[in-house]
Design a protein around this ligand. Structure first.
Ligand SMILES: *Cc1c(COP(=O)(O)O)cnc(C)c1O
Length: 357
């Protein structure tokens, strides 16, 4: 007997990056984690956590964190929803707003989790191909006959950014729900967020996370901003105590220390730009990233395929991301670590390419 629903049975589980065994030695450049620890304020909040927080149920409305986010973005707290990572939000999005047998348009390539969750809700994903250079054509996206459009901006795994004005044109020109995943927006120097537009556009939902620039991926906190009717749907659909007290406090402390987050994001940008130039000098094609990772194609004359490069680096305990997916098979996605870690990666590439300098 098979007790599993047929549409679930045929799903492939979402493939996250592998977890290195030797945590001490591993250079983790495959999960877009921050190379820097969370703010000292976060660590202080963690240390001041007493056993009492385990004894009592957490605040299911995340009142304090929600209010802090609302103040920060100058919106109402009824326009903010906090979640157990933005991954939980993506599930809630389908559970409460999109539902079954709907059509969801998303540029390709992009964050694969949306497709996986859509399939688990028996909704269809329409992949809108990006151009040769991975740029996204907003008009093409708008013209698709879909119920919902999802746009990751800056996009993953390409790192490319669309200006806020283009995203705004999309949100105004499309009648259905428009979901903008801004997981990497803190790394964008000019800030092309469309969060200010949620006050005005009832079909716009923005998803953010503490996982990347705030270095809190182990804590699992994401949030959504949108019209209060969208947000109240999440309130109705969520699990009862979905965000534990410790996590709520850590996110609050992280949010308050903007200076720390911003200086780390700036450091990541500097390292990324230097690393990208070095890759280009070695003959890699590097896509212009606005995030904490770069997508690149190893040089054609390097004798190794992208998959073999990934394996070669792994032998040196350097983990980078390889996607066995259309248009990505000849590429690597490399997260930005410290300067020292990136120098180490460049040294490995040089050695394998027989560079002498
Ligand atoms: C990393 C990432 C997230 C964050 O996921 P969490 O569940 O919050 O850790 C969301 N969207 C995209 C596109 C990402 O790359």
């Amino acid at each position: 007997m098979n007790y599993v629903l047929p549409h679930i049975d045929k799903l492939e589980p979402y493939k996250s990056g592998i977890m290195p065994k030797d945590h001490e030695r591993a250079i983790r450049l495959h999960l877009n984690e921050s190379p820097y620890p969370p703010s000292p304020e976060v660590l202080a909040a963690l240390q001041h956590t007493s056993a009492e927080v385990l004894h009592r149920y957490p605040d299911p409305q995340c009142t304090e964190l929600r209010q802090a986010l609302a103040d920060f973005y100058q919106v109402e707290s009824s326009q903010v929803f906090c979640s157990n990572g933005s991954s939980e939000l993506i599930g809630l999005l389908f559970r409460t707003l999109i539902g079954e047998h709907r059509r969801v348009a998303i540029p390709y390539p992009s964050f694969a989790l949306y497709e996986n969750v859509a399939a688990s809700y028996q909704s269809e994903t329409i992949r809108i191909p990006t151009d040769e250079d991975f740029s996204i054509d907003i008009d093409q996206l708008m013209a698709c006959a879909a119920d919902v459009i999802v746009l990751v901006n800056p996009n993953a795994p390409t790192g490319l950014l669309l200006p806020a004005s283009e995203v705004e044109r999309l949100a105004r020109g499309f009648d259905g729900l428009v979901v903008i995943d801004e997981a990497y927006m803190e790394f964008v120097e000019t800030d092309e967020s469309v969060i200010p537009l949620i006050r005005e556009l009832p079909n716009l939902l923005v998803i953010r996370t503490f996982s990347k620039a705030y270095a809190l991926c182990g804590g699992r906190v994401g949030y959504a901003l949108g019209n209060s009717s969208l947000i109240s749907a999440f309130e109705k659909g969520r699990n009862s105590y979905h965000l534990n007290t410790i996590t709520q406090r850590l996110a609050l402390a992280a949010l308050k220390d903007q200076q720390y987050m911003k200086s780390n994001a700036a450091a990541v940008r500097r390292t990324r730009d230097a690393f990208s130039s070095q890759l280009a000098e070695l003959g890699f094609t590097v896509f212009p990233s606005q995030t904490n990772f770069v997508l690149c194609t190893p040089p054609a004359n390097s004798q190794l395929t992208a998959f073999e490069w990934m394996e070669r680096l792994m032998e040196q305990e350097i983990y980078v991301r390889y996607f066995n997916a259309d248009r990505l098979r000849d590429k690597l996605r490399i997260s930005i670590g410290t300067d020292e870690q990136m120098d180490h990666v460049i040294a490995q590439f040089k050695a394998a390419l027989n560079y002498s300098d």
